[in-house]
Design a protein around this ligand. Structure first.
Ligand SMILES: Cc1cc2nc3c(=O)[nH]c(=O)nc-3n(C[C@H](O)[C@H](O)[C@H](O)COP(=O)(O)O)c2cc1C
Length: 495
């Protein structure tokens, strides 16, 4: 794309800022000193490379403007949930918390949010900032927007990374929101890579099985809270619109799409609307993925044929490029999925769970750690097996490690110390075969099955229950002695 594109405003709807406005979120985060402006980067690998390195360094959120080939004001925002401060700002929680305090504060929250979700259905309104520009027919060109090619070996330009895909169940009113990667094929079509088994994909399959086109709206820029929960395992049948409405304590305002009638966020920056037609699948990828490797779909992904584009003046794409962790959203997914896993285990009746951690090294999926206070024989296996198969942990997991309550599950060094000292490899590693894997698994090339199953290992790194009373004591200063020594030897040990 070499020509400059000029934004045309069809309607001048006043853009009233709401708590659901990405721009309001940016103002808040800038105030907190965690937003940086970047001018002049190229959409072809440069922007993505800067974002990747910045995320790896745990830098601020970056707002890219004056992107090569595009008009000033057409922007891309990255790194929105990469720190405790930004994640807390997104969740409307206090922003002065440490990582550990944030995790602590989130204990019990997912259940609270789920419980109150029914009270916050989205509110349908007639107008909003998203209607500033409405385009159809020949006016539609997905590359009118500065869609990045994020990584060097990506197969194309991905408009959907931080996207929120809104779909509806065929036989009920359930509206689902999911984050699925979306590669631009051409001016009017893009891939919608919904993995088999995901809620959005289950909805698509039901339409296709009856030979019906699947209606879709996709928000490409929005408050990061929508993205956060579109990309997390909210329970089947619950709309993420309701769920996030409950978190902010006010309903998400939505507008019915002209073509499909599906609800799009009224304060969205950019929305695509259209249909996936039964049988229309096309190869997409590869894309540098959350586990740190490139992956492609082997049999192609559904194609979204775009019939309307809606956008605010000077729209902002919410970009959340995955990569080798730590990446754009590994921190926030790690914190959130840990809280959700804790709750899932308690809901499943596992007692004595003292902590859970979905470590960033596994992209918050492939390594889960559960700390328990053992209460009976078989307790550790129960916790590990359920963690590996509950909704939060079922997809593309690899290892679950169960540790005793004296081990901090988020401290990988301590976790591995427990593994090497308390587990016996022959006795304490359980395998699950033919679990829910993915075509995106980097080890897929080594698997022989026709469909992407994968294998799980549950490592029971707890002291064997029947030997708890004779297991050797840990050789470290007791908390009382440490406290005394720290007080007396402050100049040597620090505070
Ligand atoms: C940035 C990002 C990209 C994602 N890309 C995909 C994808 O391409 N396909 C997919 O099935 N899931 C993808 N996911 C994971 C899903 O969003 C996640 O599993 C979510 O729970 C799916 O929602 P659903 O179960 O309501 O369908 C992605 C998540 C994030 C955060």
């Amino acid at each position: 794309m070499s020509e400059k594109v000029t934004a045309v405003s069809k309607t001048e709807t006043p853009s009233k800022p709401t708590s659901w406005d990405l721009r309001g979120w940016m103002a808040r985060v800038e105030e907190l000193g965690e937003l940086k402006h970047v001018s002049g980067a190229h959409w072809d690998v440069e922007l993505g490379g800067i974002a990747e390195i910045n995320n790896r360094q745990r830098g601020p959120s970056l707002l890219f403007d004056d992107i090569a080939d595009y008009p000033s004001g057409y922007r891309v925002l990255t790194g929105t949930t990469g720190s405790a401060t930004r994640l807390a700002a997104t969740l409307a929680l206090p922003t002065n918390l440490s990582d550990a305090q944030l995790v602590q504060l989130l204990r019990g929250k997912p259940q609270e949010w789920e419980n109150q979700s029914s009270e916050f259905p989205p509110e349908y309104v007639d107008t909003g900032p998203i209607l500033e520009n409405v385009k159809s027919g020949d006016e539609i060109n997905l590359l009118e927007f500065p869609v990045p090619k994020w990584h060097e070996l990506d197969g194309g330009r991905y408009i959907g990374t931080g996207s929120v895909v809104v779909t509806k169940d065929l036989n009920s009113d359930w509206i689902n929101l999911g984050a699925y990667r979306m590669m631009v094929h051409d001016e009017k079509t893009c891939a919608l890579n919904m993995v088999a088994g995901k809620h959005g994909r289950q909805q698509l399959d039901r339409y296709f099985s009856e030979g019906k086109p699947f209606p879709v709206v996709v928000s490409i820029g929005h408050h990061p809270l929508l993205f956060l929960f579109a990309g997390l395992e909210v329970s089947y049948g619950i709309s993420e619109y309701n769920y996030v409405g409950g978190i902010l304590g006010e309903p998400v305002q939505v507008i019915k799409g002209e073509v499909t009638g599906l609800p799009m966020p009224a304060a969205s920056e950019l929305v695509l609307e259209g249909w996936c037609q039964p049988g229309n699948f096309k190869m997409e990828g590869p894309l540098g993925e959350f586990h740190g490797y490139y992956s492609a779909t082997e049999k192609g992904a559904p194609v979204l044929e775009v019939e309307r584009v809606y956008h605010r003046n000077n729209p902002i794409i919410l970009g959340t490029p995955p990569a080798k962790p730590p990446h754009d959203y590994s921190y926030s997914k790690s914190v959130m999925r840990s809280a959700m896993l804790h709750e899932a285990l308690e809901k499943a009746g596992v007692p004595g769970v003292v902590g859970c951690w979905a470590d960033e090294v596994g992209g918050a999926r492939m390594l889960l750690v559960v700390a328990i206070k053992q209460g009976y024989q078989g307790h550790a296996r129960q916790a590990g097996l359920i963690a590996s198969q509950c909704h939060v942990g079922a997809y593309l997991g690899r290892y679950v490690i169960v540790v005793d309550e004296d081990i901090d599950p988020s401290n990988l060094e301590n976790v591995m110390w427990a593994v090497v000292t308390r587990s016996d490899p022959v006795r304490d590693i359980e395998f699950i075969h033919r679990a829910w894997g993915s075509k995106g698994d980097p080890q897929r090339v080594t698997f022989e099955q026709k469909v992407p199953y994968n294998t799980r290992a549950i490592i029971d790194a707890c002291r064997a229950y029947e030997y708890l009373d004779v297991f050797p004591p840990v050789a470290e200063a007791s908390p009382e002695l440490e406290k005394k020594l720290r007080k007396k030897w402050k100049d040597v040990l620090g505070s």
